[in-house]
Design a protein around this ligand. Structure first.
Ligand code: GMT
Length: 375
């Protein structure tokens, strides 16, 4: 089957998921065409079945804003025709679903039907999508998709609550390649990060407000008072400075490292003991699932779809948004006793296996098959 995948090429969860899906489909023999404005960050190896098409936006002095959506629709049309694609799968509604609708209509006028599948990822519904500036277009283009999927039950419910959706939204949860995240820790690396055998806590995100990274600092400060520990901040984003100055105020800078955006997350997770995700909302929490796949328990909030992956008292703990005291207490409870930590690690790994790539990708293939009998 020839599949077009449209996504954000950045470190965000939707782009990561879309890229991993494309790679898995290519491994299964499908021809996958990524249509994005940059090479997706996780698209870092050669595969004969993968093609990357860049969306180029021609600017013109008249334009205060480059017309990206128009360029995207035109590129979609071009690639669908010239590579004879069977189906288009767009990740993140804005602006991918509406650009796909436009491409579909253009092709329809030329006598070609291209099925469009839209996967909703979270903020395209719960934050940006519900903004009045975008809402009518988002609702319309979701309704015009041939199939709609959401990455968690919670996101599915939020979408029905937020928009008047006339179609069925199918839940296909995010997945993780468990094999990839089962890495042996590199001793030399662990020694650099935690030279005295300190416990290693980690947070990875785009450091947006919704991630509440001030709570990551707050939790770590409490843990650090009780246990010798280090904190790794992976990623970058608007709240980084705030977190850095909070670390200075709390005098914990020697034990906190901001390591920036990292492609080899599995190596960092392999030397980690606990993952912190105190977000205000997560439709799913792919970063937490990746941590669990590396046998790292998770301290998170109980917001959004997080309870669908993190099991309270089993794979980690879930507390109310902003409950730094509760999350600190739970973090210490897991970390202070090796036997307890080991139990949580085992359960986290087992839970992640339920979301293994081998289990979830066939669900997307079955969905594609309903629209195109060429598998
Ligand atoms: O978390 C972000 O801000 C990035 C965002 C994205 O679209 O890249 O992540 C969303 O999609 C991920 C993959 O499906 C989910 O795991 C994240 O929970 C979700 N983020 C939010 O809902 C805030």
């Amino acid at each position: 089957m020839r599949i077009g995948i449209v996504c954000y090429p950045t470190f965000g969860g939707s782009g990561v998921l879309a890229t991993e899906l494309g790679k898995a489909l290519a491994d299964k023999g499908h021809q996958v065409h990524f249509i994005t404005y940059q090479q997706p960050v996780r698209l870092n190896e050669f595969n004969a079945n993968i093609f990357y098409h860049e969306v180029r936006v021609t600017n013109y002095p008249l334009f205060d804003y480059p017309p990206y959506e128009t360029a995207l629709s035109s590129t979609m049309v071009d690639i669908i025709i010239n590579h004879n694609l069977d189906l288009l799968h767009v990740h993140y509604a804005i602006p991918h679903a509406s650009a796909a609708y436009m491409a579909k209509k253009i092709l329809q006028a030329q006598g070609k039907n291209i099925p469009v599948i839209t996967t909703l990822h979270g903020t395209d519904i719960t934050l940006v999508g519900r903004d009045k500036t975008f809402a009518p277009v988002v609702a319309f283009s979701i309704n015009q998709s041939d199939a709609i999927t959401a990455v968690s039950k919670d996101l599915c419910e939020q979408t029905y609550k937020t928009f008047e959706i006339k179609k069925q939204i199918e839940v296909i949860p995010n997945f993780v390649d468990v094999k990839r995240f089962k890495k042996k820790p590199i001793d030399a690396f662990r020694k650099v990060i935690a030279p005295e055998g300190e416990k290693v806590l980690v947070h990875a995100s785009n450091f947006r407000k919704i991630k509440r990274i001030q709570d990551v600092v707050g939790i770590f400060a409490q843990v650090n008072k009780e246990l010798k520990s280090k904190l790794l901040f992976v990623g970058d984003g608007p709240e980084r400075q705030l977190a850095e100055s909070l670390c200075r105020d709390l005098k914990i800078t020697d034990d906190v490292r901001f390591v920036g955006k990292q492609e080899q997350m599995e190596e960092i997770l392999a030397i980690s003991d606990l993952f912190l995700l105190p977000s205000e909302y997560e439709s799913f929490g792919l970063a937490a699932l990746e941590a669990m796949a590396a046998d790292v328990p998770v301290i998170s909030t109980n917001a959004g779809g997080l309870p669908e992956i993190n099991i309270n008292g089993v794979t980690g703990y879930l507390d109310e948004v902003g409950d730094v005291v509760g999350m600190s207490k739970h973090a210490i409870e897991i970390l202070k006793d090796e036997a307890v930590l080991k139990k949580f690690r085992t359960h986290a790994g087992a839970q992640a296996r339920k979301f293994d790539i081998q289990i979830i990708v066939p669900q997307y293939e079955q969905l594609y098959n309903r629209f195109c009998k060429c598998l």
